[in-house]
Design a protein around this ligand. Sequence first.
Ligand code: AMP
Length: 306
Amino acid sequence: MGILVVGSVAFDNIETPFGKAERCLGGSATYFSVAASFFTDVELVAVVGDDFSEKDLEIFRGRRVNLDGLERIRGAKTFFWSGEYGYDLNVAKTRDTQLNVFANFQPKLNERQRNAQVLFLANIQPELQMNVLEQMKKPRLVALDTMNLWISTKRAALEKAFAHVDLVVINEAETRQFTGEANLVKGAREILSLGPHTIVIKRGEYGVLMITRGEAFAVPAYPLENVFDPTGAGDTFAGGFLGYLTSRREHSDLELRRAIIFGSVLASFAVEKFSLDRLREITLENIYDRYRAFRTLTHFEDFEVL
Ligand code: AMP
């Protein structure tokens, strides 16, 4: 029955050392949906203003993304985010955030949406994340992402949300900010103690670290020569990761590890061009090829004592 995502659909202004893009398509739920839809059916729950055109919607056409949950509000503006990156592409500096239509968004899920198998609470106000979670029937897996803005302004609501999810997808700096702990493994344990059974820490060009109650798994990012725009890499990772997992019968450790690689593969495509431009072009075949390249990259044999 697929995956339901609630998060932002946005217009972004982005500046990196390699160029800039103005009012381009963005938003956590946009990146997530496109990535996840390579593997499973996606129910997108979000809101846009009447400045969001038919042309902007084209990104979802021909993909497994159901737009019944994408509300359009007359006379209002779409969420807007403006950010810049220096040569350290792991650190985004927010210049401006305008919630616009998201300020009063109260989605009401329909029967099909409430029955989704997996729920992803992408980056948006934690109260809104909880509002959606409370409407769900009995999802197999609930995952959540967040960001520095909500950690500093909505901490109590965010803590409550952590307590109700199975899996947290969060970046390295946010883990440190939330826990006040410099050591990532200790920070991860602290977040797990709030309730989730798995935490996936995104480390930008250094890759991903997954910690479950029992074990840890780490992979590097795919080494690319050209990285133009890291915006959306985290959401694209989450889309590949959870989209693949949703398509599997079991959420075993083996499948979780494969899912981490599919997430990393999708994210590696997202950063090759601005906005969702590279994700628009790729096929499932491209994804499988890079998965195999990833396997070669990270494979090594046990040692032999001579
Ligand atoms: P990422 O680079 O994966 O962390 O996510 C980038 C996307 O998040 C951008 O396309 C933005 O539109 C969106 N975004 C930025 N700030 C927020 C926020 N406060 N709430 C929701 N979405 C946001």
